[in-house]
Design a protein around this ligand. Structure first.
Ligand SMILES: Nc1ncnc2c1ncn2[C@@H]1O[C@H](COP(=O)(O)OP(=O)(O)OP(=O)(O)O)[C@@H](O)[C@H]1O
Ligand SMILES: [Mg+2]
Length: 309
């Protein structure tokens, strides 16, 4: 089986649980639990794909530090090819601290190496023999963003299909350059907020229409509501979310991407790919962190059959 190539960011999540309120400057609050997990959209999606049995090759940059080694080790233990991960001693690997209460969570991120990957770091050898290129966090991966059209052109020449999950723009600028990237993709996987911001609309249905005029296949993730997709013929599909007792939705969108791409690469119809995505998204919420509860194919099939019954 040809591997999926993920060109992405690597970051660690540190989740402090049972936090009752937010700290104030000069004060201190106590957490009841602590959990360290692989973070970052690209890593969560990669590990989700690997859990489903899809071969993955990762290209990224980490610092020569404990967090960088933690990320590479997590990828490696998931069976992911990490030969393309560059350890750069001029960088520090990033960290997100999540303060998690029963009501909500607050995040503080030190981006560190997140923006450091360049399109040229993706060598011809990395593209060679891969089936598909997936990129996440368009707005966070500042260096990769500049070279992305050229990287996609190289990927296409090497015979790869291409997907993009834009992620949120922390500067809330969104920009117009993503409009040049959309026509180059096979699949675009924003969430509702991202889709509306990029399309310049207030409603997800309008956003879907606008984006589908620019990109082959668009699927918008709508959290606990599910997802909406549109294929090349303009046919709109809606898939409801699966009912789960969600513990933590961190990375549900990235696990969704993994499930969707796993089915899409097996040439399944769009609505089936969306159901695979929705099942992987839902199942990933069963535990704290983006990766600890990611589903294998047996769990996804059981969930899909449950809804058909
Ligand atoms: N509470 C939930 N219950 C069931 N399914 C969920 C829930 N939250 C998310 N999902 C599933 O996961 C998918 C992706 O979630 P969401 O829309 O939150 O993506 P996202 O905002 O990109 O997430 P993130 O960027 O934090 O990974 C949804 O389309 C849905 O199918
Ligand atoms: Mg997302």
């Amino acid at each position: 089986m040809k591997p999926v190539l993920v060109a992405g960011e690597l970051n660690v999540d540190l989740i402090l649980t049972g936090v009752d309120g937010l700290p104030v400057f000069g004060g201190e609050i106590l957490a009841q639990g602590l959990c360290k997990t692989p973070g970052s959209s690209s890593m969560i999606c990669s590990m989700g794909l690997a859990k489903l049995g899809t071969a993955v090759r990762f290209v990224g940059r980490v610092g020569d530090d404990e967090r960088g080694r933690y990320c590479v080790d997590a990828l490696h233990r998931a069976g992911i090819d990490t030969a393309g991960v560059i350890v750069d001693d001029t960088l520090e690997t990033g960290l997100t601290v999540a303060l998690s209460s029963e009501r909500d969570r607050a995040l503080v991120t030190y981006p560190g190496a997140i923006a450091a990957l360049a399109a040229d770091d993706v060598t011809d050898a990395a593209l060679q023999g891969a089936s598909h290129l997936h990129v996440s966090s368009y707005f966070l991966q500042r260096r990769l963003r500049d070279g992305l059209p050229h990287l996609i052109a190289r990927a296409r020449l090497a015979g790869l299909s291409v997907s993009l999950d834009p992620g949120y723009d922390p500067d809330d600028m969104w920009g117009t350059d993503i409009g040049e990237v959309l026509p180059l993709l096979d699949v675009f996987l924003p969430n509702e907020v991202e889709a509306c911001a990029i399309a310049g609309t207030d409603h997800v249905d309008d956003a879907l229409r606008v984006l589908s005029g620019m990109c082959q296949t668009v699927v918008v993730k709508t959290g606990a509501k599910g997802c909406i997709g549109i294929d090349g013929e303009g046919i709109v599909r809606r898939v409801s979310a699966f009912l789960v007792q969600a513990v933590d939705t961190t990375g549900a969108g990235d696990s969704f991407d993994a499930g969707f791409l796993h089915a899409w690469l097996a040439h399944r119809p769009l609505d089936e790919c969306m159901r695979w995505g929705a099942a992987c998204g839902a199942l990933s919420t069963r535990a704290l962190g983006g990766t600890p509860a990611q589903a294998d194919t047996a769990e996804v099939r059981a969930m899909l059959e449950g809804i058909a019954a």
